[in-house]
Design a protein around this ligand. Structure first.
Ligand SMILES: [Zn+2]
Length: 275
């Protein structure tokens, strides 16, 4: 997606300017972070960047993503056919391609098995309860895609109905996040795992108190007002948090609430205290 938000360029535009060697270095760096954070083990996970509409740079199949070198990465076309590289592309590349097909604003996809988020996926829970104010502001809701056998087209087709989301849990498997650039996709994976951890702690404590619809709608207004994120999500599984795909920063609507920075901080603090 092209466009500028409050004078800054969208991540998608910044990403488009990068050269291939920079994308290669970024993927190597993100692979290391995923590994160091314990989001992947051994040869788990895969990472891709859409460098050009028909050029996908991705991690090789069967290698540890924590110790890749830039030369290990491979380039495919938009259908996943190998163009160059000394290894085979990830066997799960197809679900990345589904995200690129469905989301013109997405230029990077990260798939990992972070333990808390994957715990939700194994238990068969979506993360679609309005529990954390900041998650509502940044990640939106995280649906659970049906189980699809890894390395088969089933997995990609299980992801497709949820492609409007920036974070998706894959039943009995792991998690997938998408972003305008690779660092945004990675940050979303961190947010997803961190929130899954918090939700589990709340569940252990025996009490989860969802935010009220009123609080949620205030948060949505903040999001729209501040252009916190380009409103690209279509939350399909959660009626409270439904988002419209407009592809542009929304104009303030007549009658919309406005907040100063102080009011905004106060409101978020109130909401967090209420948890
Ligand atoms: Zn996987």
């Amino acid at each position: 997606m092209e466009g500028s938000y409050g004078g800054y360029e969208s991540p998608a535009r910044q990403g488009a300017r990068k050269r291939e060697f920079e994308h290669r270095n970024d993927i190597v760096e993100i692979g290391r972070r995923l590994y160091q954070k314990g989001f992947i083990a051994a040869a788990d996970g895969n990472i891709s960047v859409r460098m050009e509409p028909d050029r996908i740079l991705t991690t090789p199949s069967g290698m540890n993503k924590g110790r890749l070198t830039p030369e290990d990465l491979v380039v495919t076309d938009a259908r996943g056919r190998l163009l160059y590289g000394k290894h085979r592309p990830s066997s799960e590349l197809e679900m990345h391609l589904v995200m690129y097909q469905e989301r013109p604003d997405v230029n990077a996809v990260v798939h990992a098995h972070p333990p808390h988020a994957s715990g939700f996926a194994v238990a068969g829970y979506a993360m679609d309860q309005p529990l954390l104010s900041e998650v509502i502001l940044t990640l939106g809701t995280v649906p659970l895609a049906e189980y699809g056998t890894p390395t088969t087209p089933e997995l990609a087709e299980a992801v497709r109905p949820h492609a409007g989301h920036d974070g998706i849990l894959l039943a009995n498997h792991g998690a997938l996040t998408a972003g305008g650039d690779l660092f945004q996709a990675y940050d979303r994976m961190e947010t997803l795992e961190h929130s899954a951890h918090i939700f589990i702690v709340a569940r252990i404590l025996g009490r989860e108190r969802p935010l009220s619809e009123e609080h949620v709608s205030k948060l949505r207004m903040i999001r729209e007002r501040t252009g916190f994120e380009p409103p690209t999500r279509a939350c399909l599984s959660c009626k409270v948090l439904d988002e419209k795909v407009t592809g542009r920063t929304p104009e303030p609507k007549a009658g919309a609430m406005t907040f100063t920075q102080e009011q905004l901080v106060e409101l978020i603090t109130d909401v967090v205290k209420g948890l």
